[in-house]
Write a protein that binds this ligand. Structure first.
Ligand code: ATP
Length: 442
């Protein structure tokens, strides 16, 4: 590794690579952009789906006691009254009268001076509600106000009964959902770390209060294991922050933090939420949301353990961890420059897993056949333009772990050369063994 991951300049390099290679770019750019909104391009959207799938596989598909949900973004407005978002979900903010910058007070190191220009001429801190508003139906008046969800977990709480009855699950069990959330953040910044529209991956685990701390510790362990083993984050870039101040209903809360180039930042929260959510929705909806334990003939208000992670922050963490500039033997691949940009992404989440590169356009037929065979199983790309060295670089930049070159001998010996991204080592593999090769390596 030649790149210092604590270096703020790394962020600029990543933003620029993402834009240049169509991974992530500013939304509505031709209109001057819109602050806090980002589009995922061809490679970014493939990678995002892969990360989503990894989480879904880990949290839902391989667990008999977690069910999936895909709820609406707009819910009944009372949901947000019950959750406390309409009354309290805001940050204190202040404006600098000199440079007009707006700041979140809790993020200012010195709360008496503007972090932007140093002026002490600041407005009094004011509450700012982060809920995004819209109107449902043809009339835009108070009665028709609705809100875009600020988190994906509230619909999970209100659908608890439906899911439980439909699946015949008994406590303890979880409900998970991946979806968009919207917050009118005062200061969207640090690329996709803090935006106004983002994706959350949340799992709410419903259990008995007496067992809740055991489940809290279980999920904390599971989530850390996921970062270490699946995303390959090493100990030096991931840490646990234990909350000292807890909400009155909670028994424990931690954040899993990642070392971004701008410093440590929250990636995921694992929270003990007590019976707060279910009690509030019972109270505001007037619906009985208690769970009946038929074995012991009693009613229980479930206690909730939550794991809540931002998909966009996971993407940023993966990109920061993967970015590298390599002075390895790039000339051996016919490159004029001696530095290559390479994303050392885990193969499971790389936008493209296998690139098929025929050595000459004359070999297109064999190359395309390979593409057809492999693309149904692995995220693949076919590229026949430019020198082979340039094509390797293009794949390195988007993190493709394996490139296959189909050459003039391939038609005769039915074998191809596989070049590995990090070591740049090459090996000859028979076409009949390719699927098995990638099944073991990806
Ligand atoms: P922060 O303190 O950074 O504002 P939070 O504590 O409000 O975050 P939660 O409400 O716990 O965050 O949301 C759970 C997860 O959703 C966070 O850990 C983060 O990964 C993601 N998230 C929250 N807000 C944003 C945002 N504005 N942009 C991108 N991801 C976000």
């Amino acid at each position: 590794m030649t790149v210092d991951h604590k270096n703020p300049e790394l962020m600029e390099k990543i933003v620029s690579l993402c834009k240049r290679r169509g991974i992530i770019f500013q939304s509505s750019e031709i209109y001057g952009g819109i602050n806090g909104f980002w589009d995922y391009g061809p490679y970014g959207s493939r990678m995002k789906r892969a990360v989503e799938q990894l989480w879904w596989g880990e949290m839902v598909e391989t667990r008999h006691n977690v069910e999936g949900l895909d709820s609406t973004i707009i819910c009944h407005p009372r949901v947000w009254k019950a959750s406390g978002h309409l009354d309290k979900f805001g940050d204190l903010m202040c404006d600098c009268r000199s440079c007009k910058a707006r700041h979140r007070v809790d993020q200012m190191e010195d709360q008496t001076a503007c972090p932007n220009c140093g002026s002490k001429d600041l407005t009094e801190p004011r509450e700012f509600n982060l809920m995004m508003k819209t109107y449902v139906g043809p009339v835009s008046d108070e009665e028709h106000i609705a809100y875009l969800r600020a988190e994906t977990c509230q619909p999970i709480f209100i659908d608890f009964n439906q899911v439980r009855v439909a699946t015949r699950q008994k406590l303890p069990f979880g409900i998970a959902q991946i979806g968009k959330a919207f917050r009118n953040e005062i200061n969207p910044r640090n690329f996709i770390f803090r935006s106004r529209e983002f994706t959350q991956m949340e799992m709410e685990f419903f259990c008995e209060d007496a067992e809740s701390m055991e489940w809290f510790n279980y999920w904390k362990g599971e989530r850390i294991k996921y970062y270490r083993e699946k995303l390959k984050f090493t100990e030096d870039i991931i840490r646990i922050y234990e909350h000292e101040k807890l909400a009155h209903y909670a028994k424990a809360a931690i954040d899993i933090e990642f070392l971004f180039p701008f410093g440590w930042g929250e990636l995921e929260g694992v929270h003990h939420r007590g019976t707060w959510d279910m009690s509030r929705h019972e109270e505001f909806s007037g619906t009985d949301l208690q769970y009946i334990d038929h074995d012991n003939n009693r009613k229980v208000t479930p206690t909730i353990i939550e794991t809540s992670v931002g998909l966009d922050r996971t993407m940023l963490a993966l990109l920061c961890n993967a970015y590298d500039e390599d002075t390895a033997d790039t000339k051996k691949e016919g490159q004029e420059t001696d530095v290559r940009i390479v994303l050392r992404l885990p193969a499971k989440v790389a936008p493209i897993q296998v690139a098929i590169l025929p050595l000459s356009k004359k070999l297109a037929e064999g190359g395309e056949k390979l593409y057809k065979d492999l693309s149904s199983r692995f995220r693949s790309e076919y590229d026949e333009t430019g020198s082979i060295g340039k094509r390797y670089r293009r794949q390195d930049e988007i993190g493709t772990p394996y490139c296959i070159t189909f050459d003039f001998e391939s038609a005769q010996d039915n074998a191809v050369t596989i070049r590995e991204r990090d070591s740049m080592n090459q090996e000859r593999v028979n076409v009949t063994q390719l699927r098995e090769y990638f099944d073991t390596h990806i």
